[in-house]
Design a protein around this ligand. Structure first.
Ligand code: DX5
Ligand code: ZN
Length: 223
């Protein structure tokens, strides 16, 4: 089976918000494939981050794909706002509402790529009947809400299950939370091809070196 390209999606949640535009530009120049944008509402998750107006401001800083991770409930009424503000891919949590199939159709109808995120406790089986509506499955490898948490090992089995469900379809498998030089290769070996990383990229001054190190670690798998 053809290998999907490995993509790095730096999470700007770990960036310095006082100079967010510069941080996005630095990540872009440093080799980011996508830009991961974590939207938190203080209700679905116990933290508040930023919304569509902030995202719209940084849209002019990069042409890279905006990978928008909505940790909000309800979510559906905000899809159009994020689409208009420059989202390319909109990922909704399966746990965010009772009508996942409808949510996915709503994102698609805005002409955006469609993603679903699963919290650590949510089984892959919830995707069984919506799999053909998806461009991406986001396996949360920590409980959403905060950067800098420890990777939950039990999620590796879920990545494998997601890969089996995808079964060669044109769907990316993304992992988010606690991705480091140690955990990235484990996630990729299990089947992930998009790595979200906040703390491990926006640390120190050399984001390019951090991105390169993550890519190298992720691809240096013993076959
Ligand atoms: C967590 C967010 C993540 C977070 C990852 O709720 O979805 O994207 O920024 O941060 P790190 O890479 O520091 O675990
Ligand atoms: Zn995220």
């Amino acid at each position: 089976m053809k290998m999907r390209p490995l993509l790095i999606s730096p999470s700007i949640l770990a960036a310095d918000f006082s100079k967010l535009g510069e941080e996005v530009i630095a990540a872009d120049r440093g080799g980011a494939d996508w830009i991961h944008i974590d939207v938190m509402d203080g209700h679905f998750v116990p933290n508040i981050s930023y919304g569509a107006p902030v995202m719209q401001c940084i849209r002019k800083c990069t042409a890279k794909l905006f990978d928008v991770h909505l940790m909000i409930a309800p979510a559906d009424q905000y899809f159009a706002q994020f689409a208009a503000a420059g989202a390319d891919l909109i990922t909704v949590h399966a746990e965010a509402g009772p009508h996942l199939d409808r949510s996915l159709q709503a994102i698609r109808s805005l002409g955006k790529k469609v993603g679903v995120a699963l919290n650590p406790a949510t089984p892959v089986s919830v995707l069984e009947y919506v799999i053909d509506r998806l461009d991406l499955i986001l396996i949360m490898t920590v409980n959403p809400g905060f950067g800098g948490q420890t990777f939950i090992q039990a999620t590796l089995e879920k990545i494998r299950q997601a890969k089996a469900l995808v079964n060669g379809r044109n769907i990316d498998i993304e992992v988010d939370g606690g991705i480091t030089l140690e955990t990235a290769p484990l996630a990729v070996k299990a089947g992930a091809n998009v790595l979200v990383a906040g703390s491990s990229i926006f640390k120190g001054a050399d984001y390019a070196a951090n991105i390169t190190a993550l890519k190298l670690a992720a691809t240096s798998l013993a076959v």
